[in-house]
Design a protein around this ligand. Structure first.
Ligand SMILES: Cc1cc2nc3c(=O)[nH]c(=O)nc-3n(C[C@H](O)[C@H](O)[C@H](O)COP(=O)(O)OP(=O)(O)OC[C@H]3O[C@@H](n4cnc5c(N)ncnc54)[C@H](O)[C@@H]3O)c2cc1C
Length: 473
């Protein structure tokens, strides 16, 4: 291999310079680095919001690289073909990328590796997305974990490698390959008029992510354990948005979280434990990839859930007009901000899968369309946990009551009034912004009457319990 030929850094969901083992691996080759993003069929099938948010992150990262005298090359096409063409054009003999664990990307990456290796190119993935590789955490009998608590106990005292500093310069090639213009891809188009509104709530890029973490660890972490369930309060980190696109590393959250524990900050250990839920989700998706599209426990595939997403009650759920304030507030929060509070996610998922007896896959797909923090592992695990079909799941008969949940966690109606406009003489701007964000074709106006519940809570609960008791598995 020629020492001068470049290494291609295939950039995917790790849009950062700091603590980036893929970039470090490229730097250690001593070669010029060509960062490349490929809009391939995996990215193109992302939901509207993740695709748009990723595009903003990638454009921002291109500017970050420009500031170092480097570039981010944008290409479109089948990943294997694009990478081979780039190797031919630039003489690159090495390709590196951040390892993925979800079945769709694993399949694509396995094919890319085979194709490039067959051409004599040294093609490798590098661990950068997680703190613990899924196969490095095993039970005493050598199998994977199906329950979170023993998973946590297995890793909580492990040594985690130190953080990697961001480089101050990158070696550049003598000649850059041509790049497409990401703006021409129109990644915001599927968002329609919602993009301008969701844009007010996002926090793009590595610096912003780091500020977010520092602010959280300075103040909010102290009350994290006691207040994290209150959706009206700014009690959580909101870092899922940045973790999803790799604008900050999970390892950084682990290390700075531990520093906060050492400083005696209340809530810091609980925060690290939550970060480890993300690790657990990836542990599950790696060992049981069917979690993304089939009920994890096989029997649940036969449960009589509705799978028709055009049904009137499902449309009411998606358009946040179920008549259940906690459910509607949460779904509106997601539509307007691209984020939904964790307790709210559990409540809307429970209402859909239990009171409405509708398949978790319908909710999972809607979240995939609307979340800026969409994550294939956490989303699949969250839905199956709530539906009762997953490992370590909430028992099916434990059905969240969205009325008592709201009374308990939103006693002063802060969250409800933030998101529900109907019936109020002076609704909040956030509540009104939902009506500006949604497509006009939905025909929603804030001065309409607030709907009656599409499913009365006692009836829905009883129907779900009956179906559960009569199940044949
Ligand atoms: C039905 C359902 C769907 C979900 N879909 C997603 C998704 O697509 N993307 C996503 O990132 N999270 C998802 N979650 C998990 C969780 O709701 C979010 O991670 C959390 O609300 C993010 O807010 P935060 O960053 O303020 O979290 P914090 O409370 O500040 O937690 C810090 C980090 O820990 C991780 N974390 C916390 N709780 C969980 C959890 N229950 N599962 C996995 N990781 C967790 C996240 O990376 C989070 O950023 C889902 C949960 C449910 C019940």
């Amino acid at each position: 291999m020629s020492e001068k030929s470049p290494v291609i850094w295939w950039v995917r969901r790790e849009l950062r310079l700091a603590d980036n083992p893929v970039l470090q691996n490229c730097i250690e080759t001593g070669r010029p680095i060509i960062p490349v993003f490929i809009l391939d069929d995996v990215f193109e099938t992302y939901g509207a919001c993740p695709l748009w948010r990723f595009g903003l992150g990638a454009a921002h990262f291109a500017e970050t690289l420009n500031a170092l005298g480097s570039r981010l090359i944008f290409r479109k096409g089948r990943a294997s073909d694009v990478l081979q063409a780039l190797c031919d054009e630039t003489g690159a003999e090495l390709v590196r990328w951040g390892r993925a664990y979800d079945p769709e990307q694993v399949k694509r990456d396995t094919g890319v590796k085979q194709d490039l290796t067959a051409k004599g190119i040294d093609a490798k993935s590098v661990a950068a997305h997680l703190i613990f590789e899924p196969w490095d955490v095993e039970t005493k009998t050598g199998t994977f974990y199906k329950v979170y608590s023993p998973f946590w106990r297995a890793i909580k005292d492990r040594h985690v490698a130190d953080l990697i500093q961001a480089p101050s310069a990158l070696k550049t090639p003598a000649k850059w390959p041509a790049s497409e213009d990401i703006a021409h891809w129109k990644l915001a188009d599927p968002m329609k008029r919602g993009a301008a509104i969701v844009a007010r709530h996002i926090c793009v890029g590595e610096e912003a992510a780091r500020d977010r973490l520092d602010r959280f660890l300075k103040d909010a972490v102290n009350t994290y354990k006691s207040r994290r369930d209150y959706p009206g309060e700014p009690a959580t980190s909101k870092l899922s948005e940045n973790l999803a696109w790799g604008e900050i590393s999970a390892r950084m959250l682990w290390h700075l979280g531990h520093r906060a524990i050492d400083e005696g900050k209340h809530g810091a250990e609980h925060f690290v434990k939550e970060v480890v839920w993300r690790e657990f989700a990836y542990h599950l998706i790696w060992h049981t990839p069917h979690i993304v599209d089939q009920s994890w426990r096989e029997g649940w595939e036969h449960f009589p859930w509705n799978e028709d997403d055009t049904r009137i009650d499902v449309v009411a759920w998606k358009t946040a007009r179920t008549g259940i304030p906690f459910v509607d507030a949460a779904l509106r929060e997601m539509y307007v901000t691209g984020h939904m509070h964790n307790r709210a996610r559990m409540v809307v998922a429970s209402y859909l899968t239990k009171h409405m007896m509708t398949h978790w896959r319908i909710g999972q797909a809607w979240f995939e369309d609307c979340l800026i923090d969409w994550d294939p592992a956490a989303n699949a695990m969250g839905w199956q946990w709530t539906a009762g079909s997953g490992p370590d799941a909430a028992p099916y008969f434990r059905i969240f009551n969205p009325v008592t949940q709201l009374e308990k966690f939103d006693r002063d109606q802060v969250y409800e009034h933030r998101w529900i406009a109907e019936g109020l003489s002076n609704p909040s701007d956030t509540a009104l912004s939902y009506f500006k964000a949604v497509p006009k074709s939905w025909g929603l106006t804030p001065d309409a009457d607030y709907p009656d519940p599409i499913v009365a809570l006692p009836d829905g609960r009883q129907r779900a319990l009956d179906a559960y008791q009569n199940r044949s598995f």
